[in-house]
Every structure is written in C-alpha cells, then in structure tokens.
Design a protein. Structure first.
Length: 461
C-alpha cells in the first residue's frame, strides 16, 4: 500500500516487531507505527479502515473484540486472512449490529504477491467497498491492465471464492505431483530432465505460476550438488482450506472429486510411517517401468494434466454456482477468473480462457460445455486415458488424474448405474424409486414378497 502512495499505520501486538519493521523494511517510507490499538485507531482517518492479517480462527475474533470499543459507526474492519467463510458471515452480522462495516477479503500470492501485487477477493458489506476500492485496485496484480480484484459479493462471498481458489490450488499441485511421479517412476527421468519438460510445458497452454516454480524446484541443487527436492520428506502439510472446499462440495452436493482426492492424497502422504511398513508387505505389479515410446508418453502426461485441470476448474465453478444459489450471491464468474488470472498462486494463461468462456456466455452451466474447453478435452482424451491406464498397470497412483477422468466419463453419460442404487435402497429400506419415464412419482415394490407395502418418506440430503 505504501508503495502505491497510501499512508499506512502498522501495528503488531508484539510491539518490538513494529519497531524492527520501522527501522528496517519501512525505513525511509511514509509508514507510521503504533504500539497499541488505541494509538493506531487515533492515527487513522475516518471512516477508519483497519486491515487484519492474522491467523484464521480465534485470533481474528479476539482482534475484532478489541477493536469494536475503539471504533466509531461507519468504520471498516477488513480481514485479509484465510478465514473460513461461515466465520466471515457470522462476523458480518456481528459488526452490522454495532454499526460497523466488515470486509472478508481473500488475498493470494504469497510473499511476492504481498509486495508486488496480490490477487484480492473482497466480500462482505458492500457499503464499505467505495472506501476500499481505490486502495485494493491500486495495489493488486493487473492482467492486461485490468485489476485482479473486484467486489465479489455479500457476507462471506470473498472468503468463499478464496477457499475455492485454494481447493483448486490443491488440485493443480496434486496433478503436477502425479505428472512428476509418472515421469520419475515410469520413465526413470532425472530432475534436470523433468525440469526441462516443465519448462517446455510452461511455454504452451499449461503456462502458469505453479508449472514455472515446479521447473525451478526440480533443477534446484542443495549445497552438495544433489537435487534438494529429492531430499524432502514426502509427507504433505495443509492448513485446511482445501479440506473446507471438499467439505463444502459434500455439503452442497457438488462432485468436487478432484479437490477431495487432492486433500486425501495429502492425508495419505502424511501416513509416512504406515506406508513404509506397508511397502514391505503389500505387493503391486512387477516393475514400474513404461516400455513404450518415452517422448509420446511425456506428451500424453501433458495432455492428461491439461484435461484434468479443465475438469478441476469446471468442478470449482460448479461449486461456486451452488454456493451462489444457496446464499443469494450474484457472482460474476468471468470476473472471478480475471481475479485469479494474475497475482495469485493459481495464476495462468488458462484463466484468461475461462474468462473468455464466461464473457461469451455468462450463464454457462459447465465449463466443459464451452467450445474451447470441449475441444481441448477432446484433443487430450486419448492420451489422458493412456496415462491413467498405464498408471493403473504399473501401480503408480494417479488419484487426481484418474478421478478427473471418471468425472468426465460420468458427466458425459446420459445413463449411469444409479437405477440399481435406487432399487437396492428400495429393496432393503423401502426408500422408493422413480421410474425413468415418469420422474417425480415415487414407487415402492415389495421385492421379496415378505416385505410390507409401507414405504419410507422421500427426501434428498
Ligand atoms: C495463496 C495461498 C495461501 C495458503 C497456502 C498454504 O493463495 O497465497 O493459498 O493462502 O496459505 O497455499 O496452504 P496449505 O498450507 O493449506 O497448503
């Protein structure tokens, strides 16, 4: 904010950090410091705009409690952390009762973004937006001169969109890890070769921040000259946003399968000790080496990654649509794609294509049905199927690549075997079924001749 001409007052409850900041990073700037919340509030222009960047959860509530008595009606509190969207909904209501405004804003981009332009996804009390808009849109990343920040919607909409961003981030990262695993185990490629492949991919339709950093990570050498990545323990951490996205998918009945698989893949990876034991007991196929044409296989992995990525984003936007309907948010899907186009962790050329798809048809029900994406998946699917099949045959897990393919095949099926599920439910629990030719009317059959004719009531969860 300071770099863009705004005067900022910095506060941290560990006040030595304020002094250290003023004497170092903020030296020679217009940044002023405060050693108490009272002092900070006294230094701010009205309406006061207080932006918190603290750990999601109790710390946010605790700051809000301390700020409320110090602020006046019309002042604005902004939460820029990764808060859970339902917490943000609650805080919006709590602060509205006190005459204060609240903005829950997704902020993405890591350390680089924080300094040189993040993607910002603000939501909450719309009345506060005019007081924040110029600041946010001046500091955020730009894509073709357009700000990667706009008003998302009411209540927790900003944090919801950030949560889905993170779920997609988990999916992208898992897909890249599966590509790496296949190249390493099936093709025996070394880190330098893999780095070159990712570099090459980054010049085409997969051009993105995560592919770029993967190429850099793979070629990075430790002080002994060995690739550092191979020394890192294969147990992934997580702070919860991917899990929240998967839970939200389950809550709203949206099959966000790729994100859920990516969260579970991290969970499975973290069972490191169990996996070591199991690796000495459980058998797989003999050998994990692919004996066909190496170059073709690498290209098929690229296609599998790209097609799966399309499915992942299609699922993410399906979830946004469900949440928008549930909460009455008027989400601008093209605008969200633009917010993610630059500055954030999932930034990519691909998001420009998503924006184009929604600009062309704002009511698009599914990204897969847009001509550009339909054709892209069509072009990639033979290679994608080869890769998933080889993964299965060689015993190399590809949970995200293969669940994306299953979703694709399920979504494009006019008929699925769920008729049998309905029959089973009715058989054992009298849960009733509809007939294909007359939906809306529920029937119960006495399948065994010994069951009764009383059926359970019908409801969908
Ligand atoms: C971002 C990131 C960021 C998040 C990290 C860590 O958009 O800048 O999403 O908000 O903190 O990605 O997330 P995990 O620890 O859950 O992997």
């Amino acid at each position: 904010m300071n770099d863009n001409g705004w005067v900022v007052c910095a506060y941290n409850r560990t006040t030595e950090k304020v002094d250290h900041f003023l004497e170092n990073e903020a030296k020679g700037t217009k940044v002023v410091g405060a050693h108490s919340l009272q002092e900070m509030v006294a230094k701010l222009k009205k309406p006061r705009r207080v932006m918190m960047l603290v750990k999601a959860g109790a710390a946010v509530d605790s700051f809000i409690e301390k700020l409320i008595p110090l602020l006046d009606k019309g002042d604005i509190i902004i939460d820029g952390g990764n808060s859970e969207y339902q917490d943000t909904q609650r805080r919006c209501h709590q602060l509205a009762e006190r005459g204060l405004f609240y903005i829950g804003s997704g902020v993405s981009g890591g350390e680089e973004g924080a300094r040189y332009g993040p993607s910002l996804m603000p939501g909450g009390h719309r009345e506060a937006w005019p007081y924040v808009k110029d600041i946010f849109q001046s500091i955020c990343a730009k894509s073709n001169d357009e700000p990667c920040c706009d008003w998302v919607g009411e209540d927790g909409a900003g944090h919801y969109v950030k949560m889905v961003h993170n779920g997609i981030e988990y999916g992208d990262m898992q897909l890249i890890c599966e590509a790496y695993h296949l190249m390493k185990s099936a093709l025996g490629m070394d880190t330098d070769d893999m780095s070159s492949v990712f570099n090459e991919w980054n010049k085409g339709e997969l051009d993105s921040f995560l592919i770029e950093i993967t190429a850099n990570i793979l070629k990075f050498k430790d002080s002994d000259g060995e690739p550092l990545v191979e020394k890192i323990r294969d147990a992934a951490g997580q702070k919860g946003t991917g899990k929240w996205t998967a839970i939200s998918g389950l809550d709203y009945g949206t099959p966000t399968t790729l994100i859920a698989e990516s969260v579970f893949a991290r969970c499975l990876s973290s069972l490191k000790d169990e996996r070591i034991k199991a690796s000495n007991v459980l058998e797989g196929p003999e050998g994990t080496t692919y004996n066909g044409d190496k170059k073709d296989f690498v290209e098929n992995i690229r296609k599998a990654l790209y097609a799966s990525k399309i499915v992942s984003y299609a699922q993410g936007f399906m979830l946004l649509r469900e949440a928008a309907a549930k909460f009455g948010w008027n989400l601008n899907y093209g605008g969200i794609a633009l917010m993610w186009r630059g500055g954030c962790i999932i930034r990519s050329v691909f998001l420009g294509k998503i924006k184009e798809a929604f600009d062309k048809n704002p009511h698009l029900t599914n990204l897969l049905l847009d001509d550009f994406f339909k054709n892209a998946v069509g072009r990639c699917q033979a290679g994608w199927r080869q890769v998933v099949a080889q993964g299965v045959l060689l015993g190399i897990p590809t949970p995200a690549l293969s669940s994306a393919l299953s979703f694709y095949d399920g979504y494009r099926s006019a008929k699925l075997p769920a008729n049998l599920i309905q029959a089973q439910r009715d058989y054992f629990g009298a849960h009733t079924y509809e007939l294909a030719e007359a939906p809306g009317k529920f029937h119960h059959t006495n399948w065994t001749g010994t069951g009764g004719n009383v059926s359970a009531s019908t409801y969908a969860v």
